[in-house]
Design a protein around this ligand. Structure first.
Ligand code: UGA
Length: 429
């Protein structure tokens, strides 16, 4: 099948390479010439495990290529996947300008019978708008379907190759058949539904997971008040199969390019359709307050941050990615500096160069040993394996009363204390 993938961001590059690896002829399209040149040369502009190998393999097989030309990409493509960004607009709802622009651009080049698949996260009802935009610029027959993306950064290739489910939001029989055929090698779990349902399912999934994180963070805060241990609470709750033990790491709040955006977009959408009193507003607000609240809690326990040397371990928004969008570190470090601390950081992949330029109270180092040297406080923020499996007895300074803050409850308090640190976790007293 000839497939055009519009947008070479995170989802676009992974999806293009995965479909090319299944033998399809895929052209990735972007308006950014530098990006296209880099991708054509096999350079991935971000760190994602396994992607470079897949890109090299599919470029070499000539099943994958990249272009900036709409004509070249769209002409004779049977399926066109739209994977451009949908940043939040001023009113908080998804800004569809890139989706609309790509629809306008692809329309004059469409082949008869082409299927336009919207993979970008868009509010229900968007397919009708896109249909109108395209129809105003072409006479050919085409259909618009919605196949939302559920991949996670850090395991994007694996998630795309083995998705938990594929949702095909379409009304037309031939479109459903073709998209089912395309996705069949990935999973048997293909659910066909209305486009509006697929779009709601995407927003609802991300918002549910973000709510789950916010909920357990709140329970962790309550544990601080009464001597309960959140990890024991989670194991007690998790025995109920309706609840489960998974996706329950309390911490500094959720980050990344998706949860914060999707939760606040669904909140704005709810307000726009007359449901102003919605849960999503509150979830977003609570997550925004998470870093200052935890820094105040820990600050109280260590006698304030002023004059302390703090080693922050983990800058990305989660492990196995160099992505720092909406990462807790972006709030943690400036707030520590503001409170008078001196901060050294370490991350296996990510960096915050702009912050380093701004102040001499902050410096990023290239190893845990260097970042924790003479530190009063060691704060593990992200559960990178390099951070969680490190032997901290090696860096214990016998001249200092050092505190270890376990920002993701990944460590055994007993072990950390055996190494000579005072242990502080989330929701653990
Ligand atoms: C998320 C969804 O999980 C994907 O299914 C979806 O496709 C993607 O958004 C998207 O919309 O494109 P992602 O942002 O890559 O994927 O990351 P997650 O692994 O879901 O983590 C999101 C945030 O929640 C991270 O900051 C993570 O540290 C935090 N988190 C996760 C917790 O604080 N506690 C947990 O128990 C789990």
């Amino acid at each position: 099948m000839k497939i055009a993938c519009i947008g070479t961001g995170f989802v676009g590059v992974v999806t293009s390479a995965v479909f090319a690896s299944f033998g399809h002829e895929v052209i990735g399209l972007d308006i950014d010439q530098d990006k296209i040149d880099a991708l054509s040369a096999g350079e991935v502009p971000f760190f994602e495990p396994g992607l470079k190998e897949l890109l090299d393999e599919t470029l070499e097989s000539q099943r994958l290529s990249f272009t900036t030309s709409y004509q070249e990409a769209i002409e004779s493509a049977e399926v066109i996947m739209v994977m451009v960004g949908t940043p939040s607009a001023a009113d908080g709802q998804a800004d569809l300008k890139y989706v609309i622009k790509s629809s306008e651009m692809l329309a004059p080049n469409l082949d008869d019978g082409a299927i336009v698949v919207i993979k970008s996260t868009v509010p229900p009802g968007t397919n009708l708008k896109i249909r109108e935009v395209i129809s105003s610029k072409t006479e050919v027959n085409f259909t618009v379907a919605s196949v939302p993306e559920f991949l996670k950064e850090g395991s994007a290739v694996k998630d795309t190759l083995h998705p938990a489910r594929v949702l095909i939001g379409a009304n037309d029989k031939a479109t459903i058949e073709k998209l089912t055929l395309l996705h069949q090698p990935l999973t048997d779990n293909i659910l066909v539904m209305k486009p509006e349902s697929a779009q709601m399912a995407k927003y609802a999934s991300n918002t549910y997971l973000a709510t789950r994180i916010t909920f357990i963070n709140q329970i962790a805060d309550l544990c601080q008040k009464n001597g309960a241990d959140i990890e024991e609470v989670i194991s007690g709750m998790g025995q109920d199969p309706r609840i489960g033990q998974h996706y329950w790491y309390p911490g500094f709040g959720y980050g990344g390019s998706c949860f914060p955006k999707d939760v606040s977009e669904l909140a704005a959408y709810s307000r726009a359709v007359g449901e102003a009193n919605n849960l999503m507003n509150k979830v977003h607000e609570l997550n925004q307050e998470r870093v200052p609240r935890l820094l105040a809690q820990f600050g109280n326990k260590i006698g304030g941050w002023g004059g302390k040397k703090v080693a922050v371990l983990g800058l990305s928004f989660k492990p196995n990615t160099d992505d720092t969008r909406q990462a807790p570190s972006l709030q943690i470090i400036p707030q520590l500096i503001e409170a008078g601390a001196e901060v050294r950081s370490y991350d296996p992949r990510a960096s915050l160069p702009k912050l380093e330029e701004k102040t001499d109270q902050y410096q990023q180092l290239t190893s845990i040993e260097a970042a924790t040297k003479k530190a009063d406080i060691i704060m593990a923020v992200v559960e990178w394996p390099q951070i969680t499996s490190f032997d901290y007895s090696q860096i214990k300074d016998p001249d200092l009363d050092q505190v270890f803050i376990d920002g993701r409850n990944q460590f055994s308090a007993e072990q950390i204390e055996k190494w000579g640190f005072k242990y502080l976790g989330i929701g653990r007293t």
